[in-house]
Each structure stands twice: as C-alpha cells, then as structure tokens.
Design a protein around this ligand. Structure first.
Ligand SMILES: Cc1cc2nc3c(=O)[nH]c(=O)nc-3n(C[C@H](O)[C@H](O)[C@H](O)COP(=O)(O)OP(=O)(O)OC[C@H]3O[C@@H](n4cnc5c(N)ncnc54)[C@H](O)[C@@H]3O)c2cc1C
Length: 393
C-alpha cells in the first residue's frame, strides 16, 4: 500500500475489482445491463412489491439487493463489513427502511440507530454511523418548524419527543465515541434539521467532531451557510459534503408553489460550489473534519490535491471519501489502495422495506440517467482485461 500522496488512477480496474470473482463480475454486468430495460424495479415500488408477493423475493435478494445492500439486519451485514475491511474500506451501516410515519416506528428506528452506534463502537471497520431525521420525526412537523409556523399543543409535545430521539442518538454517539452523520434532506425541512444538528454539534463536538451535518452544494445558498458556520463555531465541526439527491423534486416544488428555485442553475455551478466547499474546509482543517460523499472523479481528485497542498497524509483522520455500496468501486478501491480513508454507505433492512431505496438505485443506473454507462463500461473493461491476462498466461 502506498502511503504517499501519489496520483491515483481511477481507471485501474484491476485494483477496483480485485475483490470480485469472475462469476461476481459477470453477475454485476448482467445486472447493470438489465437496467437498460424497463424492469420491475425501474417501474417503481408497487411493481417490486407485487413481485415479492408473487414469490420473487429471492430473485430480488440475489441480484439488486446483493449488489446495493449489506443484509437484512446488522448481523447479516457482517460478511459485507469484513469484505470491505479486507480492502481497508470502512462500512457505514445505513438503516434504509422508509416506513410509515408513526411514533412506534420512530421509536423503533431510533433504537435501530442506537444498535448501529453500538456495532460501530470500538470497531474501526465501521468508522461512522448515520441517520435521517425523517426516520425519527414526522416530515410535516419538520416542515412546520422550518417555516416557523405555530405548533398546536399536541404538536409541541410531538416535537419534544422527536428532539429527545435526536438528542438521544447524538449523546449515545458521543458516549461511545462514534462519529455520526446527519443526512441532508429536502430544502423545506432542512432548516429544522440544521438547527438540531448545530445544537448537537455544539454540545458534543467539544473535543473533536462527533456530529457531522451534511451540506448539499447543489443549493446556491449552502456555500455561504458553510462559511458562516465556520466563522461562528467555537467548537469542532464535522461536515459531510454532497451535491444533493432531490433536484427534480426541489425544482418542481419551487415551480409549483412559486418561490425561487433553491437549486443551482447548472451542473457546472453545483460542481464549482462543491469544490469551493472542499477548499474552504481544507483551509480550516484545524477545526473541521470532512467526508466527501461523492461519485465524482474530479472532486475526489481535487480533494487529494488539496490534501497534498496542505501536506496532509492520505490517512489523516480528518478527511474521508465515501461512496455507496455497489457504486463507483473504481473510486473507492483505488483511493483505499493508495492509503486514503474510504468508507461505503451500506444500506440494510428487510428486502421489502428497502424497495424504495433499490428503486432509486435502479432508476439512477438506467441508461436515461447515464450513470449506468460508467459502471457497466468499467465492469466490461475488467472482464476483458482478465480474459487477455488469462490468454497470455
Ligand atoms: C456517501 C454518500 C452520502 C450521501 N448523502 C446524501 C445526503 O445526506 N443527502 C443528499 O441529498 N444526498 C446524499 N448523497 C447523494 C448525493 O447528494 C448525490 O446525489 C450523488 O452522490 C450524485 O452526486 P455526485 O457528487 O456523486 O456526482 P455527479 O454525478 O458529478 O453529480 C450529480 C449531481 O449533481 C447535481 N446536478 C446534476 N445536474 C444538475 C443541474 N442541471 N443543475 C444543478 N445541479 C445538478 C445533482 O446534485 C446530482 O445528484 C450521498 C451520496 C453519497 C455517495
């Protein structure tokens, strides 16, 4: 393993897929190819649920679930955790169940997040935990809090129970010394999430960054928000930097309701602010820890350059790169091979409950969205390379 900051070739498919057998690669090729055709998952959750009802659960489990998820619970994720750890890649256990909004479900999700923190405690194969605030607080309530609407008495009680869950998770993370990401969500609920995350960071980040808020740089106001946080915080800061996952929904709502679109006008503008955010954080690395949650090669390369400029070792604990399980292995594995800190989001949950997550992955990887081209062509390159090596040897 090379511990110096040397150029990392993301095109090196030998390193990227060393963890996969020939059979595994062929299976992945078949899967990514299948996204070209309208299938059960690309058609959406109702069709996928029908498939499960008709007895096709094992088919889903052995194909798309196996590619993008770690298991149905923390214990069955062990194999994935060990496989990633063998390549020096950390796991982030991401409980991806998108259930019905009820107090009982919110309590159950809170208990599950606490279990993921316990699994991460003292285990350097699980460097972070993560949660979504909408898993523990009702969406409409977060919306009301974000738009500063008055709450009824029962809503005030409900809010206070939600805040208790949020605080319980963050306090447990500090107690177990496990760093935790608060995922970013839709802009019209993000204000409330930011306030909760800021308060928690102030409380728990006194000696190092434990609570990491997520900044979506596809929003044109977020670079400024990040800069303001850096100026005012007297505690350690942790940020997961992402571009953002809800662009179409954001644009549509802004258009329907009639307010200024919160999203950058172009992809170039999102890319610009993302890289500026990396630069700004690295400039203040004495008090900031970051995780670049991105599948973008240029941003990943830029972060390596910034580390070199700052003369940071690749394995500096304050800088992490992160991708989703089953996606962009050429970035994850080549970075970890060169000594950088890398972790993968490993979604888990019962097959039926993670269908909305899998549907999003299937759609994102369809030829229309474009990502499929890159994943598939890398897999094909590696299959071809192995055949050539086999023919020579
Ligand atoms: C580890 C990890 C954690 C994540 N956590 C979160 C999270 O907490 N919250 C969240 O919202 N997302 C999260 N995401 C998803 C992320 O925000 C992106 O949607 C996804 O990673 C694709 O962006 P990219 O940086 O990988 O690369 P790219 O493929 O280079 O960028 C695609 C992104 O650019 C932006 N974009 C595309 N077209 C335009 C356009 N015309 N105008 C303006 N912007 C455009 C969109 O954000 C789009 O998703 C996470 C991703 C990863 C890998």
């Amino acid at each position: 393993m090379n511990m110096q900051n040397s150029p990392v070739e993301f095109s090196n498919t030998e390193v990227a897929f060393a963890h996969m057998s020939n059979g595994g690669l062929s299976k992945a090729r078949l899967l990514f190819n299948s996204f070209n055709f309208p299938g059960l998952l690309t058609l959406g959750p109702p069709m996928a649920n029908m498939a499960i009802a008709l007895g096709f659960k094992n088919l889903i489990k052995n194909t798309i679930f196996e590619q993008f998820c770690g298991g149905e619970n923390v214990d069955t994720c062990r194999k994935t955790i060990d496989r990633l750890a063998a390549s020096r890649i950390g796991t982030i256990l991401d409980y991806s169940v998108e259930g019905e909004e009820s107090e009982a479900n919110f309590d159950a999700t809170c208990a599950e997040i606490i279990r993921t923190i316990d699994a991460a405690a003292g285990n350097n194969h699980i460097p972070f935990s993560v949660f979504k605030t909408t898993g523990i607080i009702r969406f409409a309530l977060l919306e009301k809090m974000s738009s500063h609407e008055a709450l009824s008495d029962s809503e005030k009680e409900e809010w206070s129970r939600g805040v208790d869950r949020f605080n319980k998770i963050c306090s447990h993370a500090e107690e177990k010394q496990v760093r935790i990401f608060v995922d970013a969500e839709e802009s019209w609920i993000q204000d409330a999430i930011d306030r909760l995350a800021e308060e928690a960071a102030k409380r728990h980040n006194t000696r190092k960054a434990i609570v990491f808020n997520t900044i979506q740089l596809y929003r044109h106001d977020r670079l400024e928000y990040l800069k303001t946080q850096i100026v005012y915080a007297t505690w350690f800061l942790g940020f997961k930097l992402v571009r953002g996952a809800y662009m179409e929904k954001e644009r549509k709502r802004a258009n329907d309701v009639g307010y200024i679109d919160p999203i950058q006008p172009t992809k170039v503008a999102s890319d610009h602010d993302y890289n500026e955010a990396l630069k700004h954080c690295m400039h203040h690395i004495d008090k900031i820890s970051i995780c670049a949650g991105t599948h973008n090669e240029n941003s990943s390369r830029y972060l390596m350059e910034l580390m070199q400029e700052k003369q940071l070792q690749p394995a500096d604990e304050r800088v992490w790169f992160s991708q989703l399980l089953g996606m962009s292995d050429h970035i994850s594995y080549n970075l970890s091979h060169a000594g950088y800190n890398v972790c993968k989001y490993v979604p888990y949950g019962p097959v039926k409950a993670v269908i909305p997550y899998l549907t999003r992955r299937a759609r994102e990887n369809s030829s229309v969205a474009g990502q499929m081209g890159r994943e598939l062509s890398l897999i094909e390159q590696e299959i071809k390379r192995r055949k050539q090596v086999g023919a020579r040897g």
